[in-house]
Design a protein around this ligand. Structure first.
Ligand code: WT7
Length: 628
């Protein structure tokens, strides 16, 4: 049984009203699109917990259940960095690989509920490892390849992972990225981490240091492992994975997603937004280290029985049309990427995509940041040939999958608008005092009630989940985003209203950067803010107050402290050394003013008399002005 169809406005309204009117009935019916070991008898309980008595296995839903109807159809096309490096795996073959990996993990003592860290470049083993964990009930923790060793050590410690799956190196164009060496450095840093095994995928034949008793190459283990592996029957609310993301505190949070509700949400939203049909070849360009990679590279499209495309390389290597070549060569039908990538590719000029046959494309998607009308228009016209619906999809790590998006056929697009909440999602705008705003309005974006994809919590810190998302506006889930609703009800996202910066779609907390700098002796104090950036969406600007006379190399110390603690993805665009940061009388630094000044906007500050040190503002303006 499939998800209810939504391809006209009438059907959209019908589903939306059904989901509102009788959520139990609607969601139990949708749950019928998955294969359950124990069919749920309830959709949601009073605490917003989904399918409380259901049992299932996510890997069975993504693999085994498709064998009967299309076991020999391609589940995964892998396009390697080298043009000729291509792999096609049928559902049957992918299942066998997943079972082998699952058996290796089981044979090394991995039990249901154990955490397994996955730190891999864009190789098929990433997807295989995630599904292998799901098969044996282990909780995967995918760690983004760009994290520094310290950032990895933090996440290993927080998750309590006992096993890591990594690679010797990653390939990025001609460059080699040292994956295993990064793990070695992370484990040196976190010497007391309870890591029992490090499994290494060989991407190249280079020799790398291996620690006896801890490190093993995977391929000899996989080749002798059985290709059959009994799946674990998991409770719907058993965690499927943890994924670290940033918030307004310095400590990244391990967002926990469950098995049943999450999988349903990934599959439901993929089916709806990308109008999934048999034979589709879906390419989501996200790294599996982010939630987009979890939901739309792996779980959504595979649960729906589609073909996924996994690309190891970069958009513009060895030529600026590399992505378009991938679409042309593999006849991609659904293409889901980020505004950052679109802006960069747009800058290469129209002649580049025009050299490629993109006629296989049927539907396009964008995610991660607001998309400008210009970028939307270019993507739609030049890549989609004006004929493919383009969905700007708004959601978050915490929501598990898409929440506000165009539904092809049902909703008429407005370039730059995420349009309408999906059936089953009630999105609202509140003002700062928590009053619900009606009609045309701008406010804080909140979601009423629960939805199946909502995160179960924050790993090891239930109270923090409540405090962050549910307490600010009691009765609602607070997203941290601002939005505007136009007179026709379309939602337009305006950006974060908290201290989270979005650089090229990567979420970074101001406090994370400030904490990294607090460890640097030359720096007394700092503030990080996000400013608009033509290519990255936002860029990081850091203000630092030096501890005594500023050393000559203070700027490189700032850069080094951040890349050591977090990774190079968080590198600041500009750093200013200032004598003082503007603060309130109660001592809180006022990032809002710094953001404005750093963006080159030096008028209309309002009443500064509430500051403890109003003169700091003039000094900041004088420092920043020559650079903006
Ligand atoms: C934050 C979530 C959603 C998966 C990728 C990022 C911003 C996301 C949009 C969009 C405007 C967007 C929001 C959100 N965001 N999609 N279509 N339009 N803003 O997941 O790392 O959890 O980041 O990304 O600010 O809160 P994430």
């Amino acid at each position: 049984m499939a998800f209810p169809l939504v391809s006209t406005l009438g059907e959209y309204h019908g589903r939306r009203d059904e989901a509102r009117g009788d959520p139990e009935r609607y969601w139990l019916r949708c749950a019928g699109a998955l294969d359950w070991i124990a069919q749920p008898t309830h959709a949601v309980d009073a605490n917003g917990t989904w399918f409380p008595d259901g049992r299932l296995n996510a890997s069975v839903n993504c693999l085994d259940r498709h064998l009967e109807t299309h076991g020999d159809a391609t589940a995964m096309i892998w396009q390697g960095e080298e043009e000729d490096d291509v792999l096609h795996l049928s559902y049957r073959q992918l299942l066998a690989q997943v079972c082998r990996m699952a058996n290796v993990l089981r044979d090394h003592g991995v039990a249901p509920g154990d955490r397994v860290a996955i730190h891999l470049p864009g190789v098929p083993e990433g997807v295989i490892a995630m599904l292998a964990c799901a098969r044996i009930g282990a909780i995967h923790v995918v760690l983004f390849g760009g994290f520094s060793p310290e950032a990895i050590a933090d996440r290993l410690a927080d998750s309590g992972a006992g096993v890591i799956i990594t690679a010797d190196v990653g390939r990025r164009g001609a460059k080699r990225i040292p994956f295993k060496a990064t793990i070695d450095a992370a484990l040196d840093h976190g010497a007391s981490l309870p890591i029992r095994h490090v499994f290494v995928v060989s991407v190249t034949s280079e020799t790398i240091p291996m620690t006896d008793g801890r490190d093993r190459f995977l391929s000899p283990l996989l080749s002798v492992a059985s290709a059959l592996c009994d799946p674990e029957a998991m409770e719907a609310n058993a965690p499927l994975f943890l994924l670290y993301t940033s918030g307004s505190t310095g400590k990244p949070k391990g967002i926990v997603h469950g098995t049943g509700g999450y999988l349903l949400w990934a599959a439901y939203t993929h089916a709806l937004v990308f109008a999934h049909a048999p034979g589709d070849i879906f390419w989501c360009t996200a790294d599996i280290g982010w939630i987009t990679g979890h939901s739309y590279v792996v779980y959504g499209p595979l649960a729906n029985g589609g073909t996924i495309l996994l690309f190891e390389g970069m958009p513009s290597h060895p030529h600026p049309g590399r992505w378009w070549r991938v679409i042309e060569k593999h006849r991609v039908t659904g293409f889901y990427t980020s505004p950052t990538a679109i802006r960069a590719l747009m800058a290469e000029g129209d002649a580049v995509p025009e050299r490629h046959d993109l006629s296989s494309l049927r539907v396009l998607g964008s995610v991660g940041e607001p998309i400008s009308q210009e970028a939307w228009g270019w993507f739609h016209a030049t890549i989609g040939g004006g004929r493919c619906p383009l969905a700007d999809t708004w959601w978050q790590t915490e929501t598990g999958g898409i929440m506000i998006s165009l539904v092809p056929g049902a909703i008429e697009a407005r370039p730059g608008a995420a349009t309408f909440p999906l059936p089953g999602v009630t999105a609202l705008l509140l003002d700062a005092s928590g009053t619900i705003l009606e009609g045309e309005a701008e406010g804080m974006l909140c979601i009423a009630g629960s939805w199946p994809g909502r995160a179960l919590g924050i790993w090891g810190n239930e109270a923090h989940f409540h405090a962050t998302y549910l307490r600010p506006f009691p009765g609602f889930y607070f997203t941290g985003d601002g939005a505007r609703r136009d007179r026709d009800g379309y939602f337009w996202l305006t950006g974060r209203v908290d201290d989270v910066i979005n650089v090229s779609g990567h979420r970074i907390g101001s406090a994370e950067i400030e904490d990294a700098l607090a460890a640097e002796p030359a720096i007394a104090e700092s503030a990080a803010v996000g400013v608009p950036h033509a290519l990255k969406g936002q860029a990081i600007v850091v203000f630092v107050v030096s501890n005594g006379p500023a050393p000559d190399d203070i700027l490189s110390r700032v850069a080094r402290a951040i890349s050591t603690r977090l990774g190079r993805y968080a590198a600041p665009e500009r750093v200013y050394v200032v004598p003082d940061l503007p603060r309130t009388r109660s001592g809180k630094i006022v990032r809002r003013l710094m953001r404005k000044i750093a963006s080159g906007d030096t008028e209309g500050f309002g009443d500064l008399s509430t500051l403890a040190n109003p003169t700091a503002v003039a000094t900041l303006i004088a420092t920043v002005r020559p650079h903006t």
